[in-house]
Ligand binder design. Structure first.
Ligand code: PBG
Length: 332
């Protein structure tokens, strides 16, 4: 009889999972999940009207770029073999409609042209398609008379913004606003102007989160209050599958779950159901938590960074947006 707990006996072979953990070479051989630079996408910020890159206090190691430093960063992404770069713009002036978003001379569109000119097809260039960086009130859409985000009026703005980004040369549009119908609406606008090949990355399950805090500093957000009336409520899971079905029906090419770390069950559920590639976004607060604890000497920065990324990958995300993309790639 085997002893309790499956310990070795004379009759049965001994079951010892530890055999496959005996050396680094053995562990590498049996590793079920791997990180590769091509799966990583670096989110970056570009700010209008600055001469030097500006540090972001709540995101040590991340800066608001000038166009010039952004182009240099894009070259570093190419050299590191990253899969892509995701651009966020920080305009000088904001207004209620977010008119900088679809202005061809708006900072995000100018920066997109510069990056696409510099890297061509060697790196997938993505742009955030959302109004919050451009609106004076900081919401992801335009407001109705009662001060609520007006879903359908916002879709018109997203279509205009998507066209401006496509004209600027963006390869992938990241629809992060969580308006109902945003994928179909932007897709139709793109197709009508001959941009059939521009890819839509849909933020399918984007949860409202305190972890967006550092990002608000990064984009100099003017938001008062929160986005709970349009982003998903963290207690809910099945609604992510409803959003997935809708985004797929509207033509999403890649879908995303965000934030990643607190919602790995959603990454897994969506990945199991999705016929298109699944991305997950390790957001600003997830990054800053690791940096802050490492700076105090409480955890090992590189180890926790790689562990957090492997966890997201193992949950089922094929692509990961992370502020660690270049740091991680250097270790892979
Ligand atoms: C919306 C957008 C946000 C982020 C990405 N796209 C902010 C928000 O939803 O509040 C957050 C990314 C991060 O925190 O790293 N344009």
């Amino acid at each position: 009889m085997p002893a309790a707990g499956g310990m070795p006996s004379g009759t049965f072979p001994s079951v010892r999972p530890r055999r496959l953990r005996t050396s680094a070479a053995m562990r590498r051989l049996v590793a079920q999940t791997r990180l590769h630079p091509a799966d990583l996408i670096l989110p970056v910020f570009v700010r209008e009207g600055i001469d030097e890159p500006q540090p972001i206090g709540a995101m040590p190691g991340v800066v608001q770029h000038t166009i010039e430093s952004l182009v240099a960063e894009a070259h570093r992404c190419v050299d590191a073999g990253l899969g892509g770069i995701m651009l966020f713009g920080v305009p000088l002036a904001k207004d209620a409609e977010g008119s900088g978003a679809d202005d061809p001379e708006g900072i995000l569109n100018v920066a997109t042209r510069a990056v696409v000119d510099a890297v061509g097809d060697r790196l997938v260039v993505m742009t955030d398609l959302c109004l919050d960086e451009f609106t004076s009130h900081g919401h992801c859409g335009v407001l109705d008379a009662a001060g609520r985000v007006d879903n359908d009026a916002t879709l018109q703005r997203y279509a205009a913004m998507g066209l401006a980004q496509a004209h600027a040369g963006a390869h992938v549009l990241g629809l992060s606003g969580m308006m109902d119908g945003q994928v179909g609406h932007v897709r139709a606008a793109l197709d009508a102007e001959g941009f059939q090949d521009v890819v839509i990355l849909a933020y399918t399950a984007k949860y409202t989160s305190g972890l967006y805090g550092p990002f608000r500093e990064a984009v100099a957000s003017s938001l008062v209050g929160d986005r709970a009336a349009y982003q998903q409520d963290p207690p809910n899971a099945t609604e992510a599958l409803r959003e997935l079905a809708q985004d797929l029906a509207e033509g999403a090419d890649i879908i995303m779950v965000k934030p990643a770390g607190p919602h790995l069950d959603i990454v897994a559920a969506v990945a199991a159901a999705s016929p298109v590639p699944v991305a997950a976004y390790q957001i600003s607060g997830e990054y800053s938590q690791i940096i802050a604890a490492a700076d105090r000497g409480w955890i090992d920065r590189d180890r926790v960074m790689l562990e957090s990324l492997i966890g997201i990958r193992r949950a089922g995300a094929q692509l990961i947006l992370t502020y660690f993309a270049l740091d991680a790639a250097a270790l892979l």
